[in-house]
Design a protein around this ligand. Structure first.
Ligand code: G16
Length: 541
């Protein structure tokens, strides 16, 4: 290690005195001006991780759904997964080390994680459209170079595109070409192949309005447009030319507020969707003729995909094990529908894509989605090989056609991480193939009325949870209070957990009516405020 270079560059990226940041749900996230030292040090960490696993690692500078003033960093492991949890602790140690201790911390990480500093390192970098992202990604480069690493800066890309590039690179092109053209070509080819198998293309309305949250999704979707067949008419809204990123728009806004984004005029029964700031989440919605807003969130997306895949899997008769992975935020009626009507096993894990992804890897076909619209489908290597073999060798027409659709789904789905563009194409293809309107999709089941709230407390880490975050262990008395409140309402459920991306405690409640869900959420938020050290004025109804 070049100690002199480390000293020189870490002095250029000083850590604000007394600032401690923790690796959260999807990496570090904070006000952009607090992050320069963190991203520099994550450049160091990515180089170390690359040396440890002898593969390319990804770093994405983004704060995804957070306000434009925030920023953050997400680290991508060799096959496009989130950074391995065993390294999160190293990331936190490095981010919070005193400047003069950096070298010692690096040496300790090298010892614990068996990193040979003499090895090569390779890092792919991407960034979102935040004003602070460009400068921060330059600091990432400084970190990589201090440890002698090579880098490729992809500039503005969606987070899932960077995950895809990393996976392509480390599979020597087996997953695809590690270029944006490679990504566009792979997805559009699979999409067109799927659409060809649709029998109702003539009548099917393929207009789709997309709210891009004023983020990088708008740029990348525009670039991709020429690759789409003419029948797909995508209309981009909130493209970042007028308003601020995520401001009154985007997937998180639509999901949390259960209302349409600003900047998108919606006619009755028009199919619309929203991406988030780095285009790794998507939710759909429409307005009915009475003007009522209908949200189709990650749970209903998972349901649609599961129905489609289950039918195809039944046709190929391979006894593949399929399951759906959700979190505590999944609407109770979605879980009931999947288990009781569709008869698919459902598993509940902690919030965070890394947890869902990990669980989904246990199955031949693992569908995972968070209610907020972040999700994808994973196919085991064995299932993928068998499906591709059926396409070329199977004599039975029906079986072969089903295998072909599955093969195209495998190519269309970004299996590295949830991807708004890929998910959108998967959904559009399924709706076309099944001849389903957005209303018919929505009518699969009715969501239980629910409410999401946030409460600010002095230190959100006073809340510790268990049972996939469905029960609070601390502070004392909080869970008992929630249990008592839940008992007051029918079909009710509520839980609280500290966010890993924002400085808030999140509250989720559902009940038989919207009024009751709202009342329960409010009462639980008051309990959090009083028992977990609420800041400012108590929450108002
Ligand atoms: C990230 C994670 C998601 C998580 C979300 C909210 O999304 O990737 O898995 O659901 O944060 O997490 P929390 O409730 O802990 O704040 P994104 O799109 O913001 O990167």
């Amino acid at each position: 290690m070049d100690s002199e270079a480390l000293r020189k560059f870490s002095a250029l990226h000083p850590r604000p005195a007394g600032l401690t940041l923790h690796y959260g749900t999807a990496g570090f996230r904070s006000a952009a001006q607090q992050l320069d030292h963190v991203v520099f040090r994550m450049g160091l960490l990515a180089a170390l991780r690359s040396k440890a696993v002898t593969a390319t690692i990804g770093i994405m500078v983004t704060a995804s759904h957070n306000p434009e003033e925030d920023n953050g960093v997400k680290l991508v492991d060799p096959l496009g997964e989130m950074l391995h949890p065993s390294w999160e602790e190293y990331a936190t140690q490095l981010a919070n080390a005193e400047e003069q201790e950096l070298q010692k911390v690096i040496t300790e990480i090298c010892q614990k994680a068996a990193v040979n500093l003499h090895k090569d390192a390779s890092v792919f970098i991407g960034r979102d459209t935040r004003p602070s992202s460009k400068k921060l990604s330059q600091s990432v480069i400084d970190g990589i170079q201090v440890l002698g690493g090579q880098y490729h800066d992809y500039g503005l890309v969606t987070t899932p595109q960077l995950h895809y590039m990393v996976c392509c690179q480390n599979t020597q092109g087996q997953y695809g070409k590690a270029t944006l053209e490679g990504y566009y070509e792979k997805l559009s080819k699979a999409f067109m192949e799927l659409i060809k198998q649709s029998h109702c293309s003539g009548e099917f309305q393929r207009h789709l309005k997309i709210d891009c949250a004023n983020g990088v999704g708008a740029l990348k979707l525009s670039e991709m447009k020429p690759y789409f067949p003419q029948e797909v008419l995508i209309h981009i809204y909130n493209d970042g030319t007028k308003e601020k990123l995520n401001h009154l728009c985007g997937a998180d806004f639509v999901k949390v507020h259960q209302k349409p984004p600003g900047g998108l005029d919606m006619k009755p029964n028009e199919r619309c969707c929203s991406f988030d700031g780095d285009a790794d989440r998507i939710v759909y919605y429409y307005k009915d003729t009475a003007g009522r807003f209908h949200l189709i969130d990650g749970d209903k997306i998972a349901t649609l995909i599961s129905i489609f895949l289950k039918e195809l899997l039944a046709k190929v008769k391979q006894n593949f094990k399929m399951a759906v992975v959700q979190t505590a935020y999944a609407n109770g009626n979605s879980t009931r529908y999947l288990q009781e009507t569709l008869k698919v096993p459902v598993h509940c894990v902690k919030t965070g894509v890394k947890h869902l992804h990990h669980k989904a890897q246990e199955f031949d076909v693992g569908v995972y989605f968070e209610a907020n619209g972040h999700g994808t489908v994973l196919f085991s290597k064995a299932a993928e090989t068998k499906i591709r073999q059926l396409v070329t060798e199977e004599k039975d027409n029906e079986k072969r056609e089903a295998a072909k659709m599955l093969e195209n789904m495998i190519d269309l789905i970004n299996q590295t991480v949830g991807d708004a563009v890929s998910d959108m194409l998967v959904i559009e293809a399924i709706l076309a193939l099944k001849g389903l309107s957005v209303q018919q999709w929505d009518a699969l089941y009715t969501d239980l009325p629910n409410r999401l709230l946030k409460v600010q407390v002095a230190d959100r880490r006073v809340i510790d949870t268990t049972d996939a975050e469905r029960r609070a262990l601390t502070p004392p008395g909080l869970q008992e209070k929630i249990d008592a409140l839940v008992k007051k309402y029918k079909l009710s459920r509520a839980f609280v957990r500290p966010s890993g991306t924002e400085d808030v405690v999140r509250i989720y409640a559902e009940a038989d009516t919207q009024e009751n869900a709202d009342a329960l959420a409010h009462e639980v938020s008051l309990a959090v405020f009083h028992l977990a050290g609420g800041k400012g004025a108590p929450p108002q109804p």
